[in-house]
Design a protein around this ligand. Sequence first.
Ligand code: OXD
Ligand code: MN
Length: 594
Amino acid sequence: MTKCVNKHVNAWIDEMAAMTKPDQIVWIDGSEEQAQKLRDEACSTGEIIKLNQELLPNCYLHRTAVNDVARVEGRTFICTSKKEDAGNINNWMDPKECYDKLSKLFEGSMKGRTMYVIPYSMGVVGSDFAKIGIELTDSIYVCLNMLIMTRVGDHVLEALGDSADFVKGLHARADVDEENRYICHFPEDNTIWSVNSGYGGNVLLGKKCFALRIASYLGRKEGWMAEHMLILGLEDPNGDIKYIAAAFPSACGKTNLAMLIPPEYYRNKGYKVWCVGDDIAWLRVGPDGRLWAVNPENGFFGVAPGTNEKSNPNALATTRRDTIFTNVVHDLDNNTVWWEGLDDNPPANAIDWKGNPWDYKKYDKKDKSTCGAHPNSRFTALAKNCPCISSEFDSQTGVPISAIVFGGRRAKTAPLVYQSRDWQNGTFVGSIMASETTAAASGAVGVVRRDPMAMRPFVGYDMGDYFQHWLNMGKKIPNPPKIFHVNWFRTDEEGKFIWPGFGDNMRVLMWILARCEDKVEAVDTAIGFIPKAEDINIEGLDIGLDTMKELLKVDTQSWKEDVENIKAFYKEIGDRVPAELYDELAKLEENLSK
Ligand code: OXD
Ligand code: MN
């Protein structure tokens, strides 16, 4: 297909091509034949490296520029016509000023290069949840990643028909110049412009840019929610499956929880966990009055370091075929890949993520600069290759959500789990989500970073308005999920984690689901409902009832300190924080002083 029939699409591509001046334009049709041609071409230029096809069929390795290894929040902008609509938490630029500024960077940036046109759908093509985007890019790496992460091809254009309702994404690597790197969102125009980066989170425009920042804006306008949440299904021995959506800040083991393997005790009884999504959920009120969720993505863009047979065997298995690895170690003896935390056998003959020979003997755990794989190195893998992928992954309607779980990394403040009192209180609990950095060696408590609903870098409008949207949604869901908060990271006096985490987190999910079905009582505390220590199953664990009590304790003093921090944070968000949340904060403060 050289041109599609949609005049809006064609006019926009003509305009973008006039600016970027590519030598040619190629449409990505979604066929395996074309994908293979692109892989071969990228191999011939060194953009990707073909790995051992016996051990890792259809797997490739890519290295980004050394200055281009992560999302750049400082260079991410929300460009609404009024500054106050982007809010205090986002960077803002006037749309006209931004288009002018970036046009200069895009001007002629594709000379001597090819512009690829990627029509993609977030969500099952043609379903009520789905939204269409078109990404224009000069990078084959982007095309190959988008073919994994989203649903791509001619069928998407067919579903679009002659509609103008699509998200216009423009990406050029340009000079990969850090000083001129911009990831800009124009929610009022359904447009995303990304320039001077080749790193996934900045350039796979369907993911954070569309499915969270633009989608959160659309969701508010249209009455649904785009959230930074995993979705999992927990199946009981009778075959009944209950679904949970959960939001965690980065580095809290979100992908591990999404693909959890039940502890032996539960496995033997016939319990199973199914992964619907590991990063993003789109949620709508269903005809039955419950909240229904889909994962709009088609793959996982997961952090490689730390992924291993123990932490996440399902993720590891998912990456054994059809995967693009980015910035990991290249094992030259086997032509395979390695990363810190994969196993205890670093390759002797290896190339590091920067492309230099790597001597594992010089690797010092405490010095990140000696790592062979970049700490944010990634795998891009197909969801359908995951051994525990849910049978509902391709469902048109999504799955009904019984519980929403918020999480954070707190050394003292948050107990292992607590339940909010209702939707409004649950929204408050989400709004005060936070993570701490802990200096592991000394056990010292680090800085608290507040990250409401894990959406701090991803809300495409004012954070106070976002809280209001949560409250408004609550009024539209006749049978809403119950809302909980978990903390897998409480530490003892020596700074060691008390809770084993990983698969054992299922024990906490079991209590959560029991609460959703009114099958277990709870203790009413200042912050919400806490389990009775004996109601979290510890069979087969090294943990006694006293330790469980310790894990569930509400530490009034640290909560009082937290209240002060929350007040400062709400102030920073600005005057659109809903009065209902200030009421919740006042109630919490009052409860703590009783
Ligand atoms: C991610 C993130 O890459 O949340 O998913 O940072
Ligand atoms: Mn994420």
